[in-house]
Design a protein around this ligand. Sequence first.
Ligand code: SAH
Ligand code: ZN
Ligand code: ZN
Ligand code: ZN
Ligand code: ZN
Length: 422
Amino acid sequence: GPALLFVKTSQGKEEGRRFYACSACRDRKDCNFFQWEDEKVSETRLAAREEYNRSHQPSFTHRQNVDRYKNFVLLPSSKRRFCQECQQLLLPAEWEKHSDHQFLCDITTAQLKSPSQLLYPLENKKTNAQYLFADRSCQFLLNLLTDLGFRRVLSVGTPRLHEMIQSKASQEEQFGVRSLLLDIDFRYSQFYTEDEFCHYNMFNHHFFGGETACETCRKFLCEENGEGVIMVTDPPFGGLVEALASSFKKLMAMWSETEKGGHDNKEMPMFWIFPYFFESRILDFFPSFSMMDYQVDYDNHALYKHGKTGRRQSPVRIFTNLTPSMIVLPEEEGYRFCTVCQRYVSSGNQHCEICNSCTSKDGRRWKHCVLCKKCVKPSWFHCNNCNCCTLQKHSCEKTDVGCFVCGKAGHKRSACPSLSRA
Ligand code: SAH
Ligand code: ZN
Ligand code: ZN
Ligand code: ZN
Ligand code: ZN
């Protein structure tokens, strides 16, 4: 889909130079598309790019994959193979072509129902960054949203949540929750119909399936007059918050536009799962959001997993526009309700009388700094040079790099004047 407009800044220069680059791949190695904003593109280069794009399309369309799946499930289990190298379900006629590839045999219905276990996670940090929810966290999210009465979940980059909902719905008749998965990982099109999965880029709000896919999403959001729907998203943490926020606003607008009378300016309910250190960035774009203390855990994330020696802390939280007091966190995991803040907090999160809130972001007990007039991390101290609290080890010089948004020096992107204008 469309590239994003970035700006390159060089030290000492007022204006940066603007260029287009791939919205989804933050690493040139994954996608080398680069074009200066004011660059004249020759016919030859344009043709070459088009040819490149054509030759890099997936080997089957979503439609074809749906048909293939229908044939696949009719096969006896002895004929159900999955090529691990191509990450593809194989029909018997195709075995030959994959004969020197590693494959799995006897694919069961259970395996087909949990593709996130069958497919290997694309861990490439800069592009897919596929970190799958630990079962406990996924179960928690699902219970939370069913307890809140939601019946439709727009799963944006949350394949594991999607699959948990899908398999529950197929097993328990009275389980009335449905999910639509939007993800850039096209491998999922092998397992879900066009009503269950849309190939989607959340950095530019691009539906690869065109207007039809976009319409599928709109219909899903607007069923039952838009009632009972929530969006849950867990984007790659390296992603640009402004790009994500702009896409999410468009998804929210899809929900509010088609509705026939009645949300009275309400926003579509949303869970945005992201590390706590992005709090201020997210609030810049979604002032109605607040951050929950719940620590989201992952299966394949070495850093965030539980250690043998007890619990390692995950920095990943839930940001939501729902009333915080409605988000009930499990007491058996140490969360408690703060009656002053009217929300559930981590056990280590002490209510600060001066700030009049439970101020810890990372679950540890924070300390109040009178000079900064706020609570800070336990490991920080107040530096009189910098006039703020920071790590003991730091250099006192201020760095003066240009703003990421407009490229001018003197302010950071969160304070960029062109943002408020836009
Ligand atoms: N914790 C989630 C997975 C989050 S990992 C779960 O267990 O369900 C991030 C997800 O976002 C992956 O599924 C990845 O394929 C998807 N993703 C990465 N870049 C994307 C993009 N540009 N657009 C849409 N989805 C993207
Ligand atoms: Zn193969
Ligand atoms: Zn409190
Ligand atoms: Zn305080
Ligand atoms: Zn200092």
